[in-house]
Design a binder for this molecule. Structure first.
Ligand code: 4NP
Length: 151
């Protein structure tokens, strides 16, 4: 089983989408996908209604997810840890214990070397259109990730 963790700040907007989108592209018997936030604001919460709605329009149900906070043991549990922006990157690296932990952490948009955008923008204070933009960025990046994992 290969395990992949998606990380953002609140674990209600971006990482639940990344989680649901990648999960939809991988066979569940060999891959485990999860998500977490670096903050503790939304532990136990449903994803943001706008993330749920945008995922739904693309045929993906993320309403079974609940918010949780990233914890040090996630470095042991997961093979790959993808963060949405530089701030998430720094927050996760602060908890790293060694070079093996550090090596697991990647900015998700850096998997697409052709992408000019390097961070998934935080859509929390944005309109629904911002969530659609996040979906498109993550859909593209997860195509690269799924292709690499399934090779
Ligand atoms: P996320 O977005 O990191 O993509 O889940 C946010 C969600 C909540 C907050 C900030 C960002 N907040 O400040 O509560």
């Amino acid at each position: 089983m290969i395990s992949i963790l998606m990380v953002c700040l609140g674990n209600i907007c971006r990482s639940p989408l990344a989680h649901g989108i990648l999960e939809s592209k991988l066979p569940p018997d060999s891959f485990c996908v999860d998500s977490a936030g670096t903050a503790n604001y939304h532990i136990g919460s449903l994803p943001d209604q706008r993330s749920i709605a945008v995922a739904n329009t693309h045929g993906i149900d993320i309403s079974n997810q609940r918010g949780r906070q990233f914890e040090v043991s996630d470095f042991d549990t997961f093979d790959y840890i993808y963060v949405m922006d530089h701030s998430n990157f720094e927050n996760v690296l602060k908890l790293a214990r060694n070079i093996y932990d550090i090596a697991k952490v990647k900015l998700i948009l850096e998997v697409d070397t052709t992408s000019i955008v390097k961070e998934v923008p935080d859509p929390y204070y944005d309109e629904i259109s911002g969530f659609e933009t996040v979906f498109e960025l993550l859909d593209h990046a997860t195509d690269f990730i799924a292709n690499q994992l399934l090779r």
